[in-house]
Design a protein around this ligand. Structure first.
Ligand code: SAH
Ligand code: SF4
Ligand code: F3S
Length: 431
């Protein structure tokens, strides 16, 4: 039992956890392989945020079960946010699933895999002290590194499974975060994205998130710093001040809103009114004029009327986010909203979603068009995927940009003039 195949679903935090898992397994002498055919252990690091995410994983478990039918010694297991939910099914599905390990059980994975060769293993108990701050993730090479600074969530938004799947919020010590940022830079990364479900609630007793940003920003060799996802109730003056100082800290923010109806925000338990959210955005935009903003929206939450929805559409129209992730509400077991009667039929959810997609598409296009003629600085990542005669990079606003290949090495900054744009990508020329 030496070779592991690892597949990741869900958000960036789960991607970062897969790097952590890979680090733990490699440190124990196991090898990560690229194809399930070559592996002794198949591991799915899963997401439970919407029913669709779970269905994809369940389908995949069935598929991988076919590998196991041919090679009964093969181990198949699940980590991540579906672990809690799948535990009960472990024994029924023992012919397919050999182990289920939740987000706080990764430290012991090598020993758990040994055990799983003899009996079904389930470790899903949350551990509110586990930060993995002392462990070394195995990061994919590249210009960008994701560094987890906070795990879990205490917000309990009424629709969301994350506090149940990942447990209570805890912050990594400042020293552990800085060590990871320095290690990433030493490994060749030039951009770091700090991660947490409410990343700006980070606090280690002596320092707040603004302190963390200043310390990370000043790490020698780091060209760019970002963070995701901040919660609007934790955007304070100190954070806005650091954002305004600029430097490696980029003028870009993903600030989830969910709905622009105060009734719905209240029912969602977001702890933030539309006026408060709007005020945060106004202050941020005043302090950071080049700020790019994105958000998350859920349509079809129980009780969402045509008028509530209209308020959300109007808010997107007037606020003009650079981009928005738009979702249909998906009822999740365990959450408070699970008990609410669903009042928006599936076809109406789809209609509302399509309306917002069309609206945001037009806004994103116009926001990108506004860059035409302006100068930007791209952190170059390498050849463009579609056209190797072009280089690909990201602007400080995290917009993808392509330009004619001129030998600029990956990991360096290149000044460009924007000559064209689509809703997804800027087209530019070196200056
Ligand atoms: N911690 C982040 C969000 C994590 S989940 C934050 O609060 O900002 C990412 C996004 O998925 C959420 O912002 C929300 O828009 C969406 N989401 C979460 N639960 C959902 C559900 N039950 N149905 C539909 N979308 C959901
Ligand atoms: Fe979920 Fe809300 Fe926590 Fe975000 S803040 S992870 S939406 S409970
Ligand atoms: Fe992320 Fe999905 Fe878990 S969005 S936190 S992997 S439920």
């Amino acid at each position: 039992m030496k070779r592991i195949y690892l597949e990741t679903y869900g958000c960036q935090m789960n991607e970062a956890d897969s790097e952590l898992i890979a680090g733990v397994l490699e440190a124990a002498g196991l090898e990560i392989v690229e194809r399930p055919e070559d592996a002794d252990v198949l591991l799915l690091n899963t997401c439970a945020v919407r029913a669709h995410a779970e269905q994809r994983v369940l389908g995949r478990i069935t598929e991988l079960g076919r590998f196991k039918a041919r090679r009964p010694e093969l181990l198949v297991g699940v980590t991540g946010c579906m672990a809690h939910h799948l535990r009960g099914r472990l024994l029924d599905h023992a012919h397919t699933l050999d182990f289920v390990v939740g987000p706080d059980g990764y430290r012991d994975l090598p020993a758990l895999l040994e055990r799983a060769a003899h009996e079904p293993v389930a470790v899903v108990r949350p551990d509110r002290d586990e930060t993995y701050g002392d462990l070394e993730p195995r990061r994919a090479p590249g210009v960008r590194a994701w560094v987890t600074v906070q795990r879990g969530c205490d917000k309990f938004c009424s629709y969301c499974v994350v506090p149940y799947t990942r447990g209570r919020s805890r912050s990594l010590p400042l020293a552990d975060v800085l060590r990871e940022v320095r290690r990433s830079v030493a490994d060749g990364c030039r951009e770091v994205i700090l991660l947490g479900q409410t990343v700006n609630s980070w606090h280690d007793g002596d320092h707040d998130f603004a302190d963390l940003l200043r310390a990370a920003r000043d790490v020698a060799g780091l060209l760019r710093l970002r963070y995701i996802s901040p919660h609007p109730t934790h955007v304070d003056e100190r954070l806005i001040e650091v954002m305004a100082e600029g430097g490696p800290l980029c003028p870009q923010l993903h600030l989830p809103l969910q709905s622009a109806s105060d009734r719905i925000l209240e029912a969602m338990g977001r702890g933030c009114t539309l006026a408060q959210y709007g005020d945060v955005i106004a202050r941020l935009r005043a302090a950071v004029p080049a700020l790019a903003l994105s958000t998350d929206i859920i349509v079809g939450f129980p009780g969402e009327t045509a008028e509530d929805f209209q308020q959300t559409a109007d808010f997107l129209r007037t606020t003009r986010f650079d981009s928005a992730f738009l979702f249909k509400y998906s009822a999740r077991p365990d959450t408070r909203a699970f008990g609410l009667e669903e009042t928006v039929p599936e076809v109406e959810k789809s209609r509302r979603l399509a309306l917002l997609i069309g609206l945001q598409h037009a806004i994103s296009g116009a926001m990108n068009d506004a860059w035409i003629g302006r100068e930007v600085e791209a952190l170059v990542e390498g050849p463009a995927r579609r056209n190797p005669a072009q280089l690909y990079g990201r602007t400080a606003q995290f917009k993808a940009v392509v330009f004619p290949a001129d030998g600029t090495p990956a990991g360096t900054l290149r000044r460009l003039r924007v000559t064209g744009a689509t809703t997804m990508t800027l087209v530019a020329a070196p200056v």
